[in-house]
Design a protein around this ligand. Structure first.
Ligand code: AMO
Length: 447
């Protein structure tokens, strides 16, 4: 291990010898002095070198020859080159970047870089082609530090309350959501499918006696659309809990865990988010507004937008409109739309005791886009079989799942939430491609 100091730790050190390492962001090669902006994973620092352009023709001292060589080495540095520099740290208020600089003693070129193929104004698609270079940008770096904090806070919330983290298989014998968006692959002599959601197996933890479980893992959807919110592979955050009375209990847990996560993000990164994204993170107040879907459609209609089909889900414009209403009238960035019609919900959603046309379910909308679906599940196996048949499913195909309900199971419910969507909306970004480490879509399998 070398003994490099992270850039962010320099401020706390006294003046004196240090070693820093990272990549060259810029070189300013002036006649009398040279500046390098070196960036590492934690920040950027100015390195300085008094330029020596020629040797003293009188007596050539070894030191002078070294100084000339260092100057020439810096002049030749390409952007993106990884270097390690030992030198003298000096705190100096006049230095704009962090009030300190390092006077270069020696410089090692560790790995040279070709000229970068992308610029700040390159298209998103081109930046995706060169994602590893795009990720060097401090905004992108911050997104994934925020993601780390966000996930850590969710985990901490659940772990401290006795939840169990599970990893469900992604190779499946059948569809987990709809057959429409299913990836099929050859599996020895037969066929397997990629998991669209951990739905069935997180529910399995309930008859397994786990009580409350969560998972953060990949989900796959063979969705051919090119929107800012759809990927063919995405990270799904899933929760499932026993002993709920209705979807209301799921929503209460859902909002609490989001408050914990937003608090952590604001505390740790609020100032940087303000600086790099111009966004003030708001920790949402609880309870989040709850509006039944039918009422939400009326509200949106009264504002001049009619959601195309009456039996349908809220469409993207409807989601934007209801969010705008909630922001203006209730001062909130989140809204739970509840009580979806059973005709537009999966067979496993529990229906209202007094109205089979409605489900104990919700979607969570954040800043105009759906980030989650949640519900109480139907745990009475005879009702579940009827609902499956009604949706045109073959109970025989689902037998492994139906077995979960034949040997005793508590009432339960949970939600699934798309990680990249939450980050996109939190940071007011325009696409989940910006908030996914490596995006996967219909025409993107590389890098
Ligand atoms: P649903 O299909 O609504 O519900 O998915 C839950 C959440 O996952 C995210 N999501 C996606 N993100 C990116 N690209 C996609 N193609 C994509 N599809 C979904 C969204 C969405 O809100 N089993 C249920 C959840 C449950 O009831 O527990 C489910 O999968 O943020």
């Amino acid at each position: 291990m070398n003994t490099r100091t992270l850039v962010k730790d320099l401020a706390a050190l006294p003046d004196g010898p240090v070693t820093v390492a990272g990549w060259v962001e810029t070189v300013r090669d002036q006649k009398k002095v040279q500046f390098i902006i070196l960036r590492d994973e934690s920040g950027a620092v100015q390195l300085v070198n008094p330029a020596v352009r020629e040797l003293d023709p009188e007596g050539v001292s070894v030191g002078a020859a070294e100084a000339l060589a260092l100057t020439e080495q810096i002049s030749a540095l390409g952007h993106g080159t990884f270097i390690s520099v030992s030198g003298d740290l000096k705190h100096d208020e006049r230095v704009k970047l962090g009030g300190l600089e390092v006077k270069i003693g020696s410089l090692d070129v560790v790995s040279e870089a070709l000229e970068t193929p992308i610029a700040a104004d390159s298209s998103l698609d081109k930046r995706q082609d060169w994602r590893f270079l795009d990720l060097r940008h401090p905004r992108q770096n911050l997104i994934f530090r925020i993601q780390t904090t966000f996930l850590h806070a969710l985990r901490t919330y659940w772990v401290e309350r006795g939840w169990i983290e599970i990893q469900t298989p992604k190779l499946m014998a059948s569809a987990s959501e709809s057959r429409a968006e299913l990836f099929e692959l050859g599996y020895f002599e037969g066929t397997a499918y990629l998991s669209q959601s951990p739905q069935f197996f997180k529910q399995m933890a309930q008859p397994a006696g786990f009580g409350r479980v969560f998972e953060v893992g990949p989900a796959f959807r063979a969705d051919p659309s090119f929107t800012s919110r759809h990927a063919t592979e995405f990270t799904s955050i899933d929760a499932e809990m026993s002993w709920v009375d209705s979807h209301e209990d799921v929503m209460t847990m859902h909002e609490e865990v989001l408050v914990a996560a937003f608090t952590a993000v604001k505390d740790r990164h609020g100032a940087e988010i303000q600086e790099l994204f111009g966004v003030e993170i708001t920790v949402p107040s609880t309870p989040f507004p709850r509006i039944p879907l039918a009422e939400a459609k009326e509200i949106v209609a009264s504002r001049g937008y009619v959601v195309p089909r009456t039996d349908a889900d809220m469409d993207p414009e409807g989601e934007r409109q209801i969010s705008q209403y909630v922001r203006e009238e209730l001062g909130h960035e989140f809204v739970f739309l509840t009580d979806y019609a059973s005709s537009i919900r999966p067979f496993y959603h529990m229906r209202h005791a007094d109205d089979a046309g409605l489900t104990n379910s919700y979607d969570l909308i954040f800043n105009g886009v759906e980030i989650s679906t949640g519900a109480q599940r139907e745990h009475r196996v005879d009702v579940l079989i009827e609902q499956a048949k009604e949706k045109g499913l073959e109970p025989e195909e689902l037998d492994f799942y139906l077995d979960f309900f034949r040997y005793g199971v508590p009432p339960h419910g949970g939600f699934g939430m798309g990680l990249a969507r939450v980050l996109m909306l939190m940071l007011h970004e325009h696409s989940i491609r910006e908030t996914t480490y490596l995006f996967r879509g219909p025409t993107r399998l590389l890098p």
